[in-house]
Every structure is written in C-alpha cells, then in structure tokens.
Design a protein around this ligand. Structure first.
Ligand code: SAM
Ligand code: SF4
Length: 497
C-alpha cells in the first residue's frame, strides 16, 4: 500500500482541507504516515497570507528535493493557497514538484497522482468550481475521533480588504446547503465529537443556497446608532438562521463556535442568537485589523472603530461574561504613531483577551501594493511587541478574575506536561491534575465540572469536581469504505507565525 504524508501550513481552513485530502487518499487505497521519509507521496498544503509562509514552502520543497535524489519515485504535491496563486510558475521555479493542486480540486487528487505514478508529466490543476460549487463531505469514520471538529459552511471571500490575498487564492464566496451542513455535524456528533466550529472566511455572511432556512428572529430589528440603516440592512445574512437550525436539529451537540466572522455581519439577529442559544460558546473571535478609522478606510474594511465598538458592546451586553479575541495588523502603509495608538486604545476599550497580531506583509495581486510599504521593519516589530503587552495585560487580569470560580471543561488531550487539559466554553485553557486524569471516564471528549485554583500567563489550573459527560471508551462508527483497518492519519502541522 503506498503511503502519504500531508504537511499543513497556516490556518484552520488549510487544516480542514488537509483532512479532506487525507480522507480522499485513504479511500483510494493509500495509507497515512506522519514520517515524510517513509512517504511515497508528500502533500505540502500551503499558505500565502504572508510572505514568510511562502518562503517556508520553498525551503520545505528544497529539503524534499534531497530526499527525492535518494528516492526518485517520491511524488511531491503542492496544494492550497500558494498552489492556487502560483500555478505552473511553481513547477517552473521548483522542478522537484510533480503536482500543483488548488483547494477546489481536492477530489481529483487520486486520479492526478495515478497519472504521475504511471509516468505522466508534472501537472497543474487549479480551477475554481464557481459554476457548480461543491463541498467535500467530511468522513469522521476515516479520521481520529476527536473532541472538536471543523465544518465548512462557505468558501471564498467577496470582501476586498486591500492587504489580503485570500479573494485571489480562494475565489468568490460560495455557500454550502444548510441540510448538508447539519448532516455533517450529525455525523461528527455520532462519532463522539462534542464541539463543532463552523468555518468560512467571512463565516457570518452565510446565505443558504437551498433556501431551506426560516428568517431568524431579530432580522432588521434594532439598529445601531453608528451604522446607517440601508447599510445595516445589507449586512444581514442567514447565518443566525443557520445557527438556530443546527441547535434545533442536532440537540446532542454540546458546543458550537464559528470562525472568522466579519464585524459588518455582527447584526441584531446574530446577537439575539447568542442570547438565546445555550449551545453557542461565550467566546467570539472577531478580527478588527486596526483601531484607526483612517487605516480601516485604507484597508477597505467597511466599518469604523465606533461601529466595531458599538456592535461588540451590544454582543457583550446580550451575553454576560462573553469574551472576545481578534486579529490585528500593525505597520500597514501610512500607519502613523497616532494611528497605532488608536489601535491600542481599541484593544483596551473592547478588552480582547487574546489576539493574533501580524506585521503588514506586501502580497501580490492585492490593492495595497499600490501604497508604499513605508513603516520600517523595526517600527513594525516594536509596535507588535507593544500590542502584545496590552493584550497580555487584558488576558492576565481576565484569567486572575476566574480563580475560585466554577467552569465546565471539554477535555481535548494531554498538555505538554502530560496531564489532561481542555478548554472552557470561553476557550480558556485549563490543566487538570495528574490525579484527575486517572478517574474513570475522564479522557479526551469528557466534559467535566472544575473549580479554578490558579491562573498562569496563558492558562488556568483546576480541580475536577464532577464528570458531566464521560469520555466514550468505544466509539460507534458508521460503516466505512475501508477494506483493511488503518491507523488514524497523523498530521504534521507547521505553524506559520
Ligand atoms: N477572513 C478572516 C478575516 O477577515 O479576518 C481571516 C483572513 S486571514 C487568513 C487571517 C489574518 O491574516 C487576517 O485577519 C489578517 O490579520 C492577517 N493578514 C492577512 N493579510 C495580511 C497581510 N498582507 N499582512 C499581514 N497580515 C495579514
Ligand atoms: Fe481577507 Fe478581508 Fe476576506 Fe478576511 S474578509 S479573507 S481579511 S479579504
């Protein structure tokens, strides 16, 4: 049986695509390995959001080229955003590569590999499925049983943020039918998954192509003082209706999250869904990018800092205790010291408890290329460090405030120290004691009640008081297409910072 290894760079979207590639390959008779050296096929699933991520791909291909000298039959496949962005330029500049495949062409992977393995020439397949969008269904029975899983609800992006390459690499927005989404979540829950995260580049712009959803309560109701009515009406989507359909049709699901929403679509109907659906977690990741209106305009984000603050405040008011995290870019072209201070001020006002911060990186095919990249690297790095200091302060205060309180934790694996750890509904990381881990029923997938005893810089330590839902010792699996039992695929994940 030929062996494959998928190496993932970048975001959850790529991790999700990697799982689909693994499933497609296993169904075609390949076996998963986490050892690149043992693999007959290595798939590099790439990210191009920042230049550094692209450089990582080039060095990884160089390293694999050395393996290929010893093992000429090794097939090197490049997938994901760099594949889509570069197409045949990749094969021209890196001749070690055998196959370049775009995110919409994953189902064709086995046929393309078969062609190469029987002597075919290097190939490039990067075609968007704009006319007939398709979403590869996840097959939980082929992968490892986990506490949490991702379910894609849309692909592509219709926003045109001036710094961002995603609209170019992922194409226009295409949505998945709500019935397909609900069916996939049911399949995950049947295999023991407790928590689902809905995935999309602007996940809350969702509209159901099958028109099967009812209008959600709250659509078009209370408006925001900082957003003009016609604009606010345009921002409504069917995302709240989708959340309600999931909550109603999959009652055994314990936690529902989503990423990444766009602030524009944080509408009254979505806020009401958060207020009324207990399954929705009390934590939302809401990318803001900057706190300066001047920079937000140049970024083409289509909201002001006042709108962002008003909408997130309304969400926090509707759901007491809800926490927010965000993405921010520092050193965008033309960002002054004053603009940057406005970003810090917004972080303090909204009180983000965590944040992914990035220094601006020029990307091909983006409108911001026309602007001069005039903030020097040292200034960008210094601003990023200051930004993290402010967020760390917010986080430490928040974690300290939890000592002595109770929480429910979904156990998701052993921590670095070897003890069990998990996350609360608000996404705080909680470590359990070694003694707790020995309790029957306390394993990955268990939901446990804990008392928070100590706060660290990034996490909490807690004492288990009750097992709410035990871990499943045996997972009932639906029939699979596999003829021989296989080890669950193990993924190598390269974090790109
Ligand atoms: N769709 C999501 C959104 O709207 O926030 C996420 C897009 S992207 C995969 C994740 C993050 O990368 C963005 O939120 C942004 O902060 C960052 N990013 C995107 N392009 C960038 C660039 N050219 N330079 C630096 N950071 C960038
Ligand atoms: Fe990129 Fe903006 Fe789309 Fe997010 S919303 S993927 S940042 S263009």
């Amino acid at each position: 049986m030929p062996q494959f290894c998928v190496v993932t760079f970048g975001c959850q979207m790529n991790a999700h695509d990697s799982s689909r590639m693994e499933e497609v390959l296993i169904k075609s008779g390949y076996r998963a390995t986490s050892e690149v050296e043992q693999a007959d096929v290595v798939v590099l699933n790439t990210c191009s959001i920042r230049e550094k991520a692209e450089q990582k791909l080039r060095s990884e291909v160089g390293r694999l080229g050395l393996v290929k000298r010893r093992k000429p039959e090794l097939v090197i496949c490049v997938a994901g955003c760099v594949a889509q962005q570069e197409g045949d330029r990749l094969i021209k500049s890196l001749p070690q590569i055998d196959l370049v495949i775009g995110p919409d062409n994953i189902p064709e992977l086995p046929a393309l590999l078969a062609n190469i393995e029987t002597g075919g020439l290097p190939q490039v397949r990067t075609v968007f499925d704009v006319e007939t969008p398709a979403f590869l269904a996840a097959e939980p029975s082929l992968g490892p049983s986990l506490a949490s899983a991702y379910v894609t609800v849309m692909k592509g992006c219709n926003e045109r943020c001036s710094y961002c390459i995603v609209p170019h690499t992922r194409g226009p927005e295409r949505y998945r039918a709500s019935g397909e989404i609900v069916a996939e979540i049911k399949r995950f829950v049947a295999t023991g998954v407790r928590e689902i995260t809905l995935l999309g580049q602007t996940v809350n712009s969702y509209r159901d192509p099958s028109s099967a959803l009812e209008v959600a309560p709250g659509v078009g109701s209370k408006q925001f003082t900082h957003t003009r009515f016609p604009v606010a009406a345009e921002d409504e989507s069917e995302f709240a209706a989708l959340l309600r359909a999931i909550a109603e049709q999959v009652p055994d699901l314990m936690r529902l999250r989503y990423t990444s929403p766009h602030p524009r679509h944080l509408t009254p109907s979505l806020i009401l869904a958060h207020q009324e659906l207990p399954v929705l977690c009390r934590h939302v990741h809401m990318p803001v990018q900057s706190g300066s209106d001047r920079v937000l305009r140049r970024m083409i984000r289509r909201y002001t800092s006042a709108e962002f603050i008003e909408r997130t405040a309304a969400l926090k008011e509707a759901v007491p205790g809800l926490t927010l995290s965000s993405d921010m870019i520092v050193g965008f072209p033309g960002e002054t010291a004053e603009d940057f201070e406005a970003s810090l001020e917004l972080v303090r006002t909204v009180g983000f408890v965590s944040l992914f911060g990035f220094t601006y990186s020029q990307r091909p095919f983006t409108p911001a290329l026309k602007l001069e990249d005039d903030v020097v690297d040292e200034v960008k790095s210094a601003r990023l460090a200051r930004l993290f200091d402010v967020v760390d302060g917010n986080k430490e205060r928040h974690l300290r405030s939890l000592v002595g309180s109770e929480a429910q934790v979904l156990v998701d694996g052993p921590s670095k120290a070897g003890n069990l750890s998990g996350r609360t509904q608000r996404n705080e990381i909680v470590h359990l004691s070694a003694k707790d881990a020995e309790l029957p029923g306390c394993g990955v997938g268990a939901v446990v009640q804990v008392q928070i005893e100590q706060a660290f810089k990034n996490s909490l330590a807690a004492r288990l008081t009750r097992i709410v839902v035990p871990a499943r010792s045996t997972i009932e699996r639906p029939l699979t297409v596999q003829s021989t039992p296989q080890a669950a695929p193990q993924r190598r994940q390269l974090q790109v910072i």
